[in-house]
Design a protein. Sequence first.
Length: 383
Amino acid sequence: MYYGSFVHPVNATLLEHVTNGVIAVDKSGKIVQVENNVNENQARQIASKHGISLFPLGNQKFLIPGLIDTHIHAPQYVFTGSGMDLQLLDWLNTFTFPREARFNNTNYAKDAYGKVVDRVIRSGTTAASYYATIHLDASKALTDIVEARGQRAFVGKVNMDRNSPDYLIETTAQSLKDTEAFIQYVLGKKNSRVTPISHLDENLDEIAWVKELHPDQPDYTSVYDSHGLLTNRSIMAHVVYPIAEEARCRGVAKIRQMMTEGQKVGLGTDVSGGYSPSILNNIRHGYFSAIARSFDHPEDKYLQLAEVFYLGGADVIGMKSTLGNFMVGKQFGALIIDPIARGSPIDLFDHGDIKTTFEKFINNGDDRNIVQVFVDGKTIHRI
């Protein structure tokens, strides 16, 4: 059981900042009790009632929910931050295709995937939606690494049977065969969920190209819908370019409108279209992009920090009832934040409180401040 300060989104518009609170977690990683404004003696009594140990966080550290990355290309991590000044096709031909082709070497894939999973965990990502490549063995290796590290993730084998270089393409028959084999491999790990994950409306040229490829369909979305791939479980990246940091995209999404309409919206790093594997950077850019959009579109009131932080993706990945905050009954996916950790980019002063310290971390902090990472109550990273 953890005793101290924590911050979490109660809903899309309200962040709860708690001091002297407790979060009790059972052996399965489920949150069984949450209390605010208790003293340490009361906290010990609660821990004793549940038969669990008490871990005081101290005066400076605090808990937040684990971050969720709804869109990341794991193989593209090997060239993160490279070629950001190139146009999309030049970028694909110079970096993406040649680098992804190397994942036909499973040993290379294991090394690269180990590094990207370790990096995103250190950055506070407790759940991620990973794209792999067309290579079956490398895709299996990514699932093995995620499982070994203890991260929660969706992992997908990519399918590319046309309009790709001859060194990075598969026949339709081979793609179907390998995809079925990959799904069975993942199901063998006692994971029952298969979720359609793809891209939609990434840029204007792409939209026009899809229309050329599928003249029988009225629009890009209908291509997926006509094949039964648009369901409540589908995850579509981009869809009017969600985050301005994605240099390949041409716009800032109407996030306010989407939220008002009740659409599910989450944040994703889009490594390597996005330059950083940290969702913290996307929170910042999402917030300031919404402010920038509001200048030209005042009807789109810019997002508050609480709303952007809420866009962690639990709803998008179909796990809103399990993840996203510290409500009783949910799984304990969390980060311990130390604003004064060794090498911290944050300075604190005596006029601060948990609200301002949390905001400092969101806007100024990085992986040096994330001193412990939990998934289902288990520590998967500790400084």
